[in-house]
Design a protein. Structure first.
Length: 201
């Protein structure tokens, strides 16, 4: 089975070739693997992306997913500000020549106590040079996430979510996007069928 889930519109179809594709394969009842590739032959800004992922399903309630991606990109420099736009500095035309990076992630989820308890956790590491859809705010960071929720009864559930993010920024641009070197966020919540309350610590 071949699934194409990437689209890119070039200004000149005769001068630029861009394509992408994804393949998924289910092995038995418990394993699913997938891979995708993207290529854009943009003028002076070539881009390549390759990813692979695998999901192990132990049961209907328990699964683990691991993924890996690599990107390679060249784009011309422009204007950048490190102080909120007060001053703007021009970058060198080739400041990001042949930039490369990788992204790793592992996540898992399960349910217990007759589906009253749901637990999930994930780990993601995105190198500063990695570029993909939605990766701008996570470039150059490591993130740990944990979530647990309990269904008290048919109307009320409660839980807690914790996220720790650590910056791996190795340049001024990446540091400006990261904003902080390390952050911890804990969210304690209670949900009802008609109302929802959030408490943040």
């Amino acid at each position: 089975m071949l699934i194409v889930d990437y689209e890119y519109e070039a200004t000149s179809l005769l001068e630029r070739d861009s394509f992408g594709g994804r393949v998924d394969k289910t092995i038995g009842d418990h394993v699913k693997v997938g891979a995708q590739a993207v290529q854009e032959d943009r003028d002076d800004d070539p881009y390549r992306l390759g990813t692979a992922d695998m999901t192990l399903t132990a049961s209907e309630k328990t699964s683990v997913t691991a993924s890996y991606g690599e990107s390679r990109e060249t784009f011309q420099g422009g204007g950048v500000s490190y102080d909120g736009g007060v001053t703007v500095t021009s970058q060198d035309p080739d400041f990001n020549d042949d930039s490369r990076g990788a992204s790793y992630s592992v996540s898992g989820k399960t349910a217990a106590l007759d589906d009253k308890m749901n637990v999930s956790a994930s780990y993601t590491k995105t190198e500063p040079g990695y570029s993909a859809l939605g990766s701008l705010t996570t470039q150059g960071s490591e993130q740990y996430t944990g979530n647990a929720s309990y269904k008290v009864n048919g109307n009320v559930s409660a839980g807690i979510t914790h996220v720790t993010t650590e910056s791996l920024a190795d340049s001024e641009v990446a540091q400006a996007v990261a904003v902080v070197n390390r952050s911890h966020t804990t969210n304690i919540f209670t949900e009802g069928k008609k109302d929802k309350w959030d408490g943040r610590l």
